[in-house]
Design a binder for this molecule. Structure first.
Ligand SMILES: *Cc1c(COP(=O)(O)O)cnc(C)c1O
Length: 377
């Protein structure tokens, strides 16, 4: 079984998607048109925000938000942004691309999200924002974080690449902070047929600034207020996303059903599955387990026909591109982050899996045993 069968995912709503693509092909209008405008309206309404600015991908959505805050004078070069140390590299790239400083904070081992008890000691006079990454599809926002940002006057930017449709106390992720970046990379819970992304926010001037920067820095044709970029979403992707948005809640419900079955079914003492109560509201972009013999487990599952992935094998602070002192780290290093990168394995968990396939994953996981190799003396 594949880790994620994108062809099957598209086929689930193949007719509707085909019609949407054909409509755009025949219209002759491919950029800055009605499809994007309609998707923006629907996604803003779904998320519960006043604005949605469609753009090229998730990394650009993160970049544009921080860049717009710089243009608006909210951020300046060298300001610090707090970010979970175990996130995907894109979160960090968006910070360093804007000449801001990432300050890495450890996650908790139960939620795998930023540890809110460690945030306050990472705050300095240069701290301006916290980037909350809802990793694996579990919300990382907490009441304690809300109190910290209001006490210290910080902005929240959500990285919602992995948690479309997730809720915190009835509100969607993407509406919990000052702005949120979304990725619609094909493999995400809400995925396009190529690269796409969006920013959601309730802030009118931030929205207008992002929209201009994403369109060469222009809000009026041939007039350039910013040294902008081209980060636009095309009409085909918008039409596809409008179809897929209608099915997002149902897709997430099926992911939830499968995750529950995996949690209940896997009882191998060598494998730690997420705690169902702690992960109650997750939308399971990824189903992460921890295993001290992760590579052996991955091999075992492969021989049983179960493909898995690692999210992620190398943490950002160990990447070559950040050799030197770009990243600010706690004095004791990042042992929890490193443990997660050593032990994490992502099991298949998506809406096109059959019940039989779910049982196959459970059986293969429960069959895993580990024999210490003989030590050579
Ligand atoms: C996928 C992802 C991104 C980047 O999105 P792209 O659309 O691939 O640029 C950013 N952050 C996280 C946490 C992601 O998983």
């Amino acid at each position: 079984m594949k880790y994620l069968d994108l062809k099957a995912i598209t086929s689930m709503h193949g007719d509707e998607i085909g019609e949407a693509v054909q409509r755009v092909v025949k219209s002759g209008w491919y950029l800055l048109g009605e499809e994007v405008r309609r998707f923006e309206e629907k996604y803003a309404a779904y998320t519960g925000t006043r604005h949605c600015i469609a753009c090229s991908n998730g990394l650009d959505a993160l970049y544009l938000t921080l860049r717009a805050w710089k243009e608006l004078g909210v951020l300046t070069d060298g300001d610090e942004v707090i970010v979970p140390a175990n996130t995907y590299i894109a979160s960090i790239l968006s910070i360093t691309d804007n000449a801001l400083r990432p300050v890495l904070v450890e996650p908790r081992t139960d939620t795998l999200q930023i540890d809110d008890s460690l945030i306050e000691r990472a705050i300095t006079p240069r701290t301006r924002a916290i980037m909350l990454v809802h990793l694996y599809g579990r919300c990382s926002f907490t009441g304690r974080i809300a109190a910290i940002v209001s006490r210290h006057g910080l902005k929240i930017i959500e990285d919602n690449a992995q948690a479309h449709g997730c809720r915190f106390a009835g509100r969607h992720t993407g509406a919990l902070g000052d702005a949120a970046a979304h990725s619609f990379y094909p493999g995400k819970n809400l995925g396009a047929l190529g690269d796409a992304g969006a920013v959601t926010t309730n802030d009118d001037s931030l929205a207008a600034t992002i929209r201009a920067i994403a369109n060469y820095g222009s809000s009026r044709k041939y007039v350039f207020g910013y040294r902008g970029r081209n980060c636009r979403m095309d009409e085909v992707q918008a039409a596809v996303l409008s179809v897929k948005l209608r099915h997002l809640d149902a897709d997430n419900a099926r992911r939830r059903e499968i995750a529950t079955a995996l949690i209940e079914g896997i009882d191998n003492p060598l494998i730690t599955t997420p705690d169902a109560r702690v992960w109650n509201d997750a939308v399971w972009h990824i189903f992460p387990v921890l295993c001290p013999h992760r590579d052996a487990l991955q091999q075992h599952l492969a021989t049983r026909g179960v493909a898995t992935l690692i999210h992620y094998p190398i943490p950002p602070h160990r990447q070559e591109c950040y050799a030197g002192d770009y990243l600010t780290m706690p004095q004791g290093g990042l042992p929890i982050t490193e443990r997660i990168h050593r032990e994490e394995l992502s099991l298949p968990c998506n809406q096109v899996m059959t019940d039989d396939e779910v049982q196959q994953v459970i059986a293969a996981a429960n069959d895993f045993s580990f024999h210490q190799p003989y030590a050579h003396t």
